[in-house]
Design a protein around this ligand. Structure first.
Ligand code: PMP
Ligand code: GLU
Length: 398
């Protein structure tokens, strides 16, 4: 008998973080693992942002509890960013700054879901969405895209999934784990399906906005009638290489922003003061380092695409944004090597971790058990080496 709550027992451990921990453990034992599991930039936070934090520490003005929803000047800068870059009019009082976009999303689910409320999750989806919905006692309803349609669920599929209990819909674009990007037309079709259900809240996770190799980034909140029920999620982790600083935010209808603020006020209070000052520096400073990083990801994307395509049984799409590949690897299911049998992609990822010493994440964690996720936020040298080692290991399976 365990004394743990049903709530915590209802969710799995975060697969991305678990795989990263496993790779770290192996590295600590002296085993050389190439980690392509965790989605995090391999770049350092740009220097001017570091300086912003140092200046804040030295000024001694930022040692006290910050406001729960974030400093007003930061919220004003975010409000201006939404207007300038995305055409979204969220006032500073509609912004809530949190401990990463992860907490931003968790706040929203806790704030809007009642037991049994359904949330449509466009699948493949980022690992934590389903767990967060379950923790808030909601029910995820998965609507899946496949590699044939670039992993993008269609408006028609969404329409079929809507019920009286549908409370919200969530998706990321650019998408983690597939790198797919919804264009304006596709977003328009989704908005059209939701037109008669103004009670359905749209949670648009745009954290990879700045890592987009194709057309201009589009926000669903700019479509007719959508802003008043769209929560736009964004943050600093990816575009500014600030994963460890933990700053994310939402722009939301006022009633949701107030509820997220209330939630955060009871759970964690305002986000780290110094990290917020660094975030403000990021918004006010040069975008050149961000553009430089995006260019590097684009170059690696081409490299990885060409290498993955050559691996027998890897079906690969060309991602338009973020820094992931999400190949379909069902070809390997049922194969074995000695005692090792590959029944699931999870088995395949464990095999590749042990045999090729490359850490990846099983697609099951993202709602597609035939795929695996490879993060290419790593150096070209590491990527080449990792894929060469994977190729050798995979060739052992028959
Ligand atoms: N949304 C998506 C799609 C992500 O990939 C991540 C992972 N970092 C997050 C949200 C959470 O980001 P943060 O580091 O700001 O908590
Ligand atoms: N979002 C990143 C990923 O998907 C970081 C890990 C996490 O927060 O789950 O790998």
């Amino acid at each position: 008998m365990t004394a743990l709550s049903n709530r915590i027992k209802s969710i799995p451990e975060s697969a991305t973080l678990a795989m990263a921990a496993k790779a770290r453990e192996m590295k600590e034992k002296g085993i050389e693992v190439i980690s392509l599991s965790l989605g995090e930039p391999d770049f350092k936070t740009p220097e001017h942002i570091q300086e912003g934090a140092i200046k804040a520490i030295r000024s001694e003005d930022y040692f006290a509890y910050p406001p729960v929803n974030g400093y007003l000047d930061l919220r004003k800068a975010i409000s201006e960013k939404f207007q300038r870059d995305n055409g979204l009019s969220y006032g500073a009082d509609q912004i809530v700054v949190s401990n990463g976009a992860k907490q931003s999303i968790a706040n929203v689910f806790m704030a809007i879901l009642n037991p049994g409320d359904e949330v449509i999750v466009l699948t493949p989806y980022w690992v934590s969405y389903s767990a967060m919905i379950l923790l808030a006692e909601g029910e995820p309803v998965f609507v899946s895209g496949t590699i044939e349609n670039d992993f993008k669920a269609t408006a028609e599929q969404i329409k079929e999934a809507i019920t009286d209990k549908t409370k919200a819909i969530i998706f990321s674009s650019p998408c983690n784990p597939t790198g797919s990007v919804f264009n304006r037309e596709e977003l328009g079709a989704i908005a059209e399906v939701l037109r008669d259900r103004k009670d359905i809240i749209v949670i648009s996770d745009e954290i990879y906005e700045l890592i987009n190799f194709g057309a201009k980034h589009e926000s669903i909140g700019t479509l007719d009638g959508m802003l008043e029920r769209t929560v736009t999620v964004n943050g600093f982790s990816k575009g500014f290489a600030m994963t460890g600083w933990r700053v994310g935010y939402i722009g939301a209808p006022l009633w949701i922003a107030k509820a997220a603020n209330k939630m955060q006020g009871q759970y964690t209070s305002g986000n780290c003061s110094i990290a917020q000052r660094a975030a403000l520096t990021a918004l006010q400073g040069s975008m050149e380092p961000t553009q430089h990083m995006a260019k590097a990801y684009e170059k690696r994307r081409a490299l990885v695409y060409n290498l993955l395509k050559e691996i027998p049984g890897f079906e690969v799409n060309m991602p338009q944004g973020a820094f992931y590949f999400f190949p379909n690897v069902k070809y390997y299911l049922g194969k074995s090597f000695g005692e090792t049998k590959i029944d699931t992609v999870n088995d395949l990822c464990l095999f590749l971790l042990e045999d090729a010493q490359v850490s990846l994440v099983t697609g099951e964690a993202f709602g597609d058990p035939e795929c695996l996720r490879l993060s290419y936020a790593a150096s070209e040298e590491e990527l080449k080496k990792a894929i060469a080692q994977m190729t050798v290991s995979l060739a052992k399976l028959s």
